[in-house]
Design a protein around this ligand. Structure first.
Ligand code: FE2
Ligand code: FE2
Length: 266
């Protein structure tokens, strides 16, 4: 996992078939293997290449979520969390496997390959914390903050997309990320009662920090590109992030008794 490319090539024909069937069973027909393989994006080659770069980056991000959520599922399982918690976390992890596959299909359709250039920005559990705290910290930063923001950005990209396949992929991912973000707050509702008041204040600070980090990452300026596959102009990001913070993230934490600070202006 240390090279600067993400290799998504299959290694075994039977495993590829099992994997493909299980994922296709979770997808609407328009996004299943055969229909996707027949997709012909309507754009010139320069536009396709620009969009491919964006979808390669999305693939790396989704792969990061797949690995991070697999770790979180493992940690929750080892802690013996409730049946419904593990079922939900298993669903979230599977969703990310589906998202990686949808992004891979988009990259292939846009002329790319199964070997994605670049490297995911890995996220993981904080090994310096106690096992329960590792789970709470990860849920706070990656689900309550990270997935809520990603849901809002994907939703805006889905609206902006005019290519029907890209729109269908982004719409599917948005719906899943919404469940992921909401699940984060429900996980916290079940986990926080076991936490001391002092630790609760630490998690409150950690949530504010996670917001500031997420804003800083999302608001790293980039050059706007025009394509029909879900392009978002940079200027739209900050208003979306602030609206999401005020409407979803801050109230979600407030319902749990945590007061989080909105990230300051850049
Ligand atoms: Fe995802
Ligand atoms: Fe997600």
């Amino acid at each position: 996992m240390t090279s600067s490319r993400l290799d998504l090539r299959a290694s075994n024909r039977a495993l590829e078939t099992f994997g493909r069937r299980s994922l296709d069973a979770l997808l609407p027909e328009a996004l299943q293997t055969e229909r996707f393989a027949a997709w012909k994006p309507k754009a010139d080659s320069a536009t396709r290449e620009l969009a491919r770069g964006a979808w390669e980056q999305m693939t790396l991000n989704e792969y990061r979520s797949q690995v991070g959520f697999t770790d979180l599922l493992h940690a929750m399982t080892r802690l013996g969390l409730s049946r419904d918690s593990l079922q939900t976390m298993e669903r979230l992890t599977r969703d990310e496997v589906v998202h990686v596959e949808l992004c891979r299909r988009m990259v292939l359709g846009l002329g790319g390959s199964d070997v994605i250039p670049g490297q995911p920005q890995w996220v993981g559990l904080d090994a310096s914390l106690e096992p329960l705290e590792q789970v709470i910290e990860f849920v706070t930063s990656s689900l309550c903050v990270g997935e809520m923001i990603s849901c809002a950005l994907l939703g805006a990209a889905a609206k902006a997309a005019t290519d029907p396949t890209a729109k269908a992929v982004l719409t599917r991912m948005t719906a899943d990320e919404s469940i992921h973000g909401q699940s984060g707050f429900h996980f916290l509702a079940t986990l926080l009662p076991a936490v001391s008041k002092r630790r609760l204040r630490w998690f409150q600070r950690r949530a504010s920090e996670a917001g500031a980090q997420a804003f800083a990452i999302c608001l790293t300026p980039y050059e706007d590109v025009q394509h029909p596959f879900g392009a978002l102009p940079f200027a739209r990001l900050e208003p979306i992030l602030r609206a999401t913070w005020r409407r979803s993230i801050q109230p979600g934490f407030a319902r749990l008794g945590l007061e989080v600070r909105e990230p300051g202006p850049r």
